[in-house]
Design a protein. Structure first.
Length: 313
């Protein structure tokens, strides 16, 4: 197992071939948290300048994450505690996470839903009436792939069911499914399974796949979008993974240059690249400053242990 504390992004030691199953699981959670923390200062910027990007990527500031990682942790802990997905328990876990730290950057719809659940409201009715098509379900979905050991069918089932706890709009559910599929495919290259999404989401994914390899972050923002809606941000994260060059550092740099919902797009891209390369591919200077590093590592290990086997075919 690669020790994240000994990682070097420049050396790319956490390659897909050499990274262990446990290291890739760690990479998925740590990559998501790193992207969230790096992207947070630039969230909402239309087109960050080079100086803004360098400051955000500085190895000198503490890397504190937002609601993206807080809810990712809540989802992972719920899966471990229950030994699977219990939607009622998950809704309460999200509500308690929000109530403990409401300042993490929750959107107003999410905050209102979690407050109602915390006060005894039914998540079934609240999610149905909210009908959000945002990326909230997609940003937290990486634990589904780790818990399912990269099994595509099981991953997508967990993604859909976990999304419906807070998001019932088809595009929001699509976003969670697409992101979960990407993480699972990175954990387990060559795994079989069908990905079914709506026509609108598929059109966006097709646009990503047809973009030239020389496409820039500005091209992605213009062609795909970079907002908080799942229809733009999830395909944008896919574009980052496809076009950025493969390393965690180039992935983060490309994601931050997109602007818009930078923390969530960088988090989703980081989860995929982390799952593909392993935690050993994340620069040590970032890990040393990442909030909750030990907690995230232990949680990734528990998810792997809970699924009863590694992620290799």
């Amino acid at each position: 197992m690669v020790d994240p504390g000994q990682a070097s992004g420049a050396e790319e030691r956490g390659s897909r071939d050499s990274a262990s199953d446990a290291d890739r699981a760690r990479g998925a959670l740590l990559g998501a948290a790193i992207g969230d923390a790096l992207g947070q200062p630039l969230e909402g910027h239309r087109a960050p300048g080079q100086r803004d990007i360098e400051i955000a990527m500085s190895h000198e500031r503490d890397l504190r994450w937002t609601d993206d990682t807080a809810l990712t942790i809540a989802f992972a802990e719920s899966l471990v505690e229950v030994g699977g997905l219990d939607e009622d328990q998950l809704a309460l876990a999200f509500a308690r996470t929000w109530r403990a730290e409401p300042w993490r950057g929750y959107g107003p719809r999410a905050a209102a839903l979690f407050e109602s659940v915390a006060d005894g409201g039914s998540w079934h009715e609240l999610a149905r009436t909210t009908r959000s098509w945002g990326n909230g379900a997609a940003m937290r979905v990486a634990p589904a792939a780790v818990f399912a050991a990269g099994n595509i069918t099981r991953t997508l089932d967990l993604a859909r069911r976990s999304a419906l706890v807070t998001h019932t709009h088809p595009l929001a559910v699509d976003g969670a499914v697409v992101q979960a599929f990407a993480v699972a495919s990175a954990l387990r290259p060559g795994a079989a399974g069908a990905l079914a999404v709506s026509r609108r989401m598929q059109e966006q994914l097709d646009r990503v796949d047809s973009m030239p390899v020389a496409a820039t972050p500005d091209d992605v923002a213009l062609e795909i979008g970079h907002g908080v809606d799942a229809l733009s941000s999830v395909p944008a994260a896919r574009a980052v993974v496809r076009l950025a060059g493969g390393s965690m550092e180039t992935t983060m740099r490309f994601a931050l240059a997109l602007g818009g919902d930078t923390d969530t797009i960088a988090s989703m891209a980081g989860a995929v690249v982390g799952a593909r390369l392993g935690a050993g591919a994340i620069p040590k200077a970032w890990l040393d400053r990442l909030e909750g590093l030990g907690r995230l590592i232990r949680l990734a290990d528990k998810l792997v242990a809970a699924n009863g086997h590694g992620v290799s075919p």
